[in-house]
Design a protein around this ligand. Sequence first.
Ligand code: ADP
Ligand code: MG
Length: 236
Amino acid sequence: KRDQEDVEKLRKATDELDTKTADLKNFTDLPLCEATAAGLRASHFEVLTDVQRAAIPLALKGKDILGAAKTGSGKTLAFLIPVLEKLYRERWTEFDGLGALIISPTRELAVQIFEVLRKIGRKHAFSAGLVIGGKSLREEAERLGRMNILVCTPGRMLQHLDQTAGFDVDNLQMLVLDEADRIMDMGFQLAVDALVEHLPKNRQTLLFSATQSKRVSDLARLSLKDPEYVSVHEEA
Ligand code: ADP
Ligand code: MG
């Protein structure tokens, strides 16, 4: 069960995880709670990809991450697993409000992330929602206050933060910027800057992109604190 003892055990195992020498191969080698482990098993995920092996242990230890790895390398689980584990370790409940915010450049990508979250998060009790427009602002707004995890596009999320009365993000634990290169290429810089302004400073931030660029490092400078760089290259 979701008791303090289990959380303490996970925290200890995470502290003891040596990210330099850790010989990690499978998801079962990571200190994950039973709900996350069961969600991964049920989704038939077994062996870590390179970016997952590099990023997840650091993220579990609470580090900010600046991650670059090509499309198809498995970046989605590299941030969704830390999101679930963070909220589990904080013993997040439906009454704690928004705990994690995941920003994606497009509605299609947001939907894909949400589907993976539903699959691997199925054994967790967290509520999760999509904020990508398509419904009236008011309809979306009514559900926002009850969500623990939101997957959103930048423009729509900013609209809510500016306009939805009583939408409280003060407890936010984790911000994820996925496909940061595309977020910048699509001209969302100002929206993301404004969005980040609304969020508490005392949070963990994970930023992932397929490519490294000046714009991505600009965004990283603004949103990350003393980040760990995780860059996965293909073998020559
Ligand atoms: P990226 O975001 O880096 O482009 P995705 O997270 O979308 O990559 O993953 C690409 C594909 O790889 C998806 O079909 C996903 O289900 C699969 N995948 C991710 N991690 C693993 C894993 N550890 N084992 C097997 N398949 C995986
Ligand atoms: Mg991706």
